[in-house]
Ligand binder design. Structure first.
Ligand SMILES: Nc1ncnc2c1ncn2[C@@H]1O[C@H](COP(=O)(O)OP(=O)(O)O)[C@@H](O)[C@H]1O
Ligand SMILES: CC(C)(COP(=O)(O)O)[C@@H](O)C(=O)NCCC(=O)O
Length: 177
C-alpha cells in the first residue's frame, strides 16, 4: 500500500511517499504554496496519509480532499513506547513522531533523537520503551538572528543554500544499572 507521511513544521511542510517501507519520493512545500504536495499525491495516489502538525489551528481539508484515510496524529494516537511527559496534551506531536521513527529504526536501543528545524529538539528514549522527555532549543536561523541582534559586532550570517536536515542518532544506553 502506498502511504504519504506529512510533517507540517513551523517553517515548512516535509513529506515522504512510501510503498510499504520503500521511500518513493521525499520533498517539501511551503505553507503558502502546497502545490508540490498535491502534485505528489496526484502522481503516487497514496491510499492513506499520516500527518503531524505543530501549526496552531491547522487545516487538513486540502489533504483530506485527496485522501480519505487521513490520520492526523495527536496525543491520543497509540505509539509503541510509553511516555513520562507530564503534559501529553501540550507536547509538539512532531517530537513524538520523531521518537517513533527512530524507535522503528533501532527498536530496543536507548536513543537521543535530534530534530533540527525551526527549533532544535532533543528527545530521550530508553531501551526503545520509555520516552522520558527532552529539550527544546533555538534553531539555526534563530541562533543567527539572536547573535546578530543581541551583540554589537556579530554580523547576520545567511544560511547555506541547502534544505532542512534531520538526524536520528543511536547511542549507548544512557543509564547503567
Ligand atoms: N542550510 C541551512 N543553514 C542553516 N539553517 C538551516 C538550513 N536549512 C535549514 N535550516 C534551519 O532549519 C529550519 C527549517 O527547517 P524545517 O525542517 O523546514 O523546519 P520545521 O520542521 O520547523 O518546519 C530553518 O528555520 C533553519 O533554522
Ligand atoms: C518544539 C517545536 C516548536 C518544534 O517545532 P519545529 O521546529 O519542528 O517546527 C514544536 O514541537 C512545538 O510547538 N512543541 C510544543 C511544545 C512542546 O513540545 O513542549
Amino acid at each position: 500500500m502506498v502511504k504519504i507521511v506529512i510533517d507540517k513544521g513551523n517553517s515548512s511542510i516535509k513529506f515522504g511517499v512510501f510503498d510499504k517501507y520503500t521511500l518513493l519520493t521525499v520533498d517539501y512545500a511551503s505553507h503558502d504554496d502546497q502545490s508540490s504536495l498535491i502534485k505528489a499525491i496526484r502522481q503516487f495516489h497514496p491510499e492513506a496519509a499520516i500527518v503531524s502538525s505543530v501549526v496552531a489551528h491547522d487545516d487538513f481539508t486540502e489533504i483530506q480532499k485527496h485522501i480519505s484515510r487521513c490520520l492526523v496524529m495527536d496525543s491520543r494516537t497509540p505509539l509503541p513506547f510509553s511516555s513520562l511527559y507530564k503534559t501529553p496534551e501540550t507536547i509538539g506531536i512532531d517530537r513524538l513522531a520523531a521518537v517513533a521513527g527512530a524507535q522503528s529504526l533501532y527498536p530496543d536501543a536507548s536513543l537521543m533523537i535530534i530534530d533540527a528545524g525551526t527549533a532544535i529538539t532533543y528527545e530521550i528514549l530508553l531501551d526503545g520503551k520509555t520516552y522520558i522527555g527532552g529539550n527544546i532549543a533555538p534553531g539555526l536561523e534563530m541562533r543567527f538572528k539572536a547573535l546578530n541582534t543581541f551583540t554589537s559586532k556579530l554580523p547576520m550570517v545567511s544560511k547555506l543554500e541547502n534544505h532542512a536536515f534531520r538526524a536520528f542518532l543511536p547511542m549507548k544506553p544512557l543509564l547503567q544499572e
